[in-house]
Structure formats: C-alpha cells, structure tokens
Design a protein around this ligand. Structure first.
Ligand SMILES: *Cc1c(COP(=O)(O)O)cnc(C)c1O
Length: 407
C-alpha cells in the first residue's frame, strides 16, 4: 500500500463527540455503563483544560516513571544492517519496564479527581496489571486486577509483583481464560461497582472515551521524539515504526507526526505462526469489521462472527481487535501495517541482545523484526525511528524455553 501524500489528516478533531474515527470506534456498551463513560469523558475534558492536572501529570511522569526517555542511536545495529540510521525511543527504560505506566499514571490521577477510591484493570501478560498496581500503591487506591487463569499460570512472576504492591489478582475462568475474558470480567465488575470504581483500561481500545484518552496519555512519546530527533539530526525521520497490540504505544509515537506526510508510519502486528485462522493476531491481515468490547474496528472473527483464537509469541500483542484509530488511519492510507512472525521475532531478539546489549520485550521485537528487513533497503543518509516499547526481562525465561535452553 502507498501513502496518500497530501491527504488531509484531521487528527486534532478526532474522535468526534460520540467517539468516532470515521466509521470506527463509538461506544457499544450496556446502558448501565453509559453514565460512567459520560462522566469519565466530561472529567477528562475538564482535566485537559486544567493546568494543575498537567503539572501534576508531568511531575509523576518525571519523578515516578522516569521521563523523559532517551532517543538512542543504535550504532552497531545500523552498521550491522548497512542501511538507514536506526534510533530507538527508549520506553523500555521506564518504571515497570514499558510505556504502559504513562497511561496508568494519567488514569489514576483522573480517578483521584473523580473521588474514586477503587481501581480495576484487566491484564494479559501482566504488564498493564503491574503498572496499574504500582500506581495504585503510590496513590493509596484499592486495586483489583482481572487476569485469565491461563495467563496467571504463564506469568506467575507478574502476579506476584502485583500482589507485592497490594493488588488483588482475580483469576478468570470463563472462555479461553485469557485477556479477552479478563476484559469481560472487568466490565462486569464495573457495571456492579461503578459508583466508587474506575476502570483503568490498558490500551487504545474499548468504548469512547478510552481510545482517545489512552492515546493522549501516550502522546508524550511522540512529542519527546520530535524534540530529540530535531536536536540530534536537525530534521524529522524518514520512517517510524512501532508494534501494535491494541495500539497505544504506536499511536502515542505516531500522533505527533500524522500530518507530516513525508514521515512514513508503519505499525507491526503479530504474525504468530503465519496468517492462518487461529495462528496469529494480525487483524489487518485476517480481520473484518465488527464490534468487540465496546468499539467498532477490525476483528479476527469467523464467518459467524465468533471471535477467533489468536496466537503470538508475545502475550501483549495477542488480542483479536485493534484500536479503532488505527483502523481509521489504515483505511485512509496514512499508517501502513506489516506483521512479523514468531520465528522472525526470536531471531531479532537475539540479534539486538548481541549487537546492542539491549534485551527487548517480545512485543517491541516485532517492530525490530520489521526494521531488520527494512533498514538495509534504505539509504545510509535516511533515518528510521523505532519505539522500543518495553524491556525483555519478563520474556527471558520464555525465550530460553523456545531456544531449548535450560535455565
Ligand atoms: C502491552 C505492550 C504492548 C502492546 O500494547 P499497545 O497498546 O499496542 O502498545 C507493546 N509493547 C509492550 C512492551 C507492552 O507491554
């Protein structure tokens, strides 16, 4: 697909008041949640206008999370690949190991403004759960995290981290007992306890205002990147790349550059074992328009509209729906999408450890696998920026197992 250069991008007017990005997004929830979502949207609009809120948010991002993160020139990887200059935005250096803390802090501050003392969240691999649990500990908020029983089994260490921070992790035994089912349980809890509870959703997904709000809390990634690349190179990059689960780290990086039509933007989905039903999580490869968990977007589903099983080596990309704003920019041709397979990701993971001494999260490694293919095809005076959305400490045991190593 080619970029439609010159196509007007109306990013600052999106979404509409009803949460639409073109035909995508919206608010498909039970009646009982409409008031809560309206209240949240209104409180968020107020907070956005309030300089004190921004000062508070910036202060916690700096002091608690460790912002700003650097834009790092990957000199040895650049040499190794022999093409474009490669830069990493180092979200992996943030507290709790990934970009997710940006959103967790923002929403916890909102919850506090609304006087809500109880927080719920869903988690797949546990990264969003850990970010939420730490933030709740910091602000003295009660925290309940829903997690599929299968995921709890796979991610015991993250379960323990959340518990150390005082969160209660509730095991979900319905459906496939993974992320989608955890979201269902969290929504059920919210319907019941909406008066004193705020739901901190973990990606740019779900019903309005979540996709917008989560995006906005991650826009700091792109804002910093713009200043950093201008300082280092005196110009904007030729291409920017990020992995896409729900789409929060990618839209956080890309948003700032949407109307810079000379900057190519590429999101990378999880190709798993390959593009066969049930074997991947590349919604733009095998997905169709549908509604899941609050919003209209591209979804992996069968002919009857049943949600398909998904697979990825990285739990954080393993979800059947993609954020609605991505669907919008994909259809309009402004953001392009590629995918990386588990095998490519495993190779890319080892290469980065070896040549740069950086252990990347398997999610972020999808973007890296794309960069490894792409950079050699670019000129040496071109620049590619990749969002290194998280660190791979959490993935080391799994990688060892996949490589047949005993640790
Ligand atoms: C959760 C996660 C992702 C995927 O989520 P997005 O909302 O698509 O950003 C990507 N990278 C890391 C490190 C994660 O923990």
């Amino acid at each position: 697909m080619t970029i439609s250069a010159g196509q007007t991008v109306n990013k600052d007017t999106l979404p509409t008041d009803s949460g639409r990005f073109g035909q995508f997004g919206g608010c498909y929830v039970p009646e009982t949640l409409m008031t809560a979502l309206d209240d949240l949207g209104q409180e968020y609009e107020k907070a956005k206008q309030d300089p004190d809120f921004h000062l508070e948010l910036e202060s916690y991002l700096r002091e608690f999370a460790g912002r700003p993160t650097g834009l790092y020139f990957a000199e040895r990887l650049t040499e190794e690949l022999g093409g474009a200059k490669i830069y990493f935005k180092r979200e992996d250096l943030l507290h709790t190991g990934a970009h997710k803390i940006n959103n967790a802090i923002g929403q916890a501050l909102l919850a506090r403004r609304m006087g809500k003392k109880r927080i719920i969240a869903e988690t797949g691999a546990g990264q969003h759960g850990v970010a939420t649990a730490t933030v709740c500990a910091r602000f003295g908020l009660e925290c309940v995290v829903y997690m599929g029983a299968v995921d709890m089994d796979r991610q015991r260490l993250n379960v323990f981290r959340m518990e150390l921070c005082g969160a209660e992790v509730r095991s979900v035994n319905s459906g496939q007992r993974t992320l989608k089912d955890a979201v269902n349980e969290a929504m059920r809890d919210w319907v019941t306890n909406v008066r004193d509870t705020h739901y901190i959703l973990g990606s740019a997904l779900g019903a309005h205002p979540y996709p917008m709000m989560v995006r906005d809390f991650h826009r700091v990634i792109g804002k910093e990147t713009r200043a950093e690349i201008l300082e280092k190179e005196g110009r904007l990059p030729d291409e920017m790349v990020a992995c896409v689960g729900g789409g929060s780290n990618a839209i956080g990086l890309f948003f700032e550059f949407l109307d810079e039509t000379d900057v190519r933007l590429v999101g990378v989905e999880a190709g798993g074992h390959g593009i066969e039903p049930g074997q991947h999580a590349a919604r733009f490869e095998g997905g169709r328009l549908g509604v899941l968990q609050g919003c209209k977007t591209y979804i992996l589903q069968n002919e009857d509209g049943q949600i398909e099983l998904t697979h990825s080596v990285s739990a954080g990309l393993d979800y059947a729906a993609i954020g609605p704003e991505h669907a919008y920019y994909r259809d309009m041709g402004r953001i392009e999408y590629a995918y990386a397979t588990d095998k490519e990701v495993l190779d890319a993971f080892q290469l980065l450890c070896r040549v740069e001494g950086i252990i990347p999260a398997l999610e972020s490694t999808h973007a890296l696998a794309y960069v490894i293919k792409r950079a050699p095809k670019m000129d040496t005076d071109q620049i590619i920026v990749m969002n290194l959305s998280g660190r791979g400490d959490k993935d080391v045991a799994q990688v060892a197992k996949l490589l047949g190593e005993k640790v």
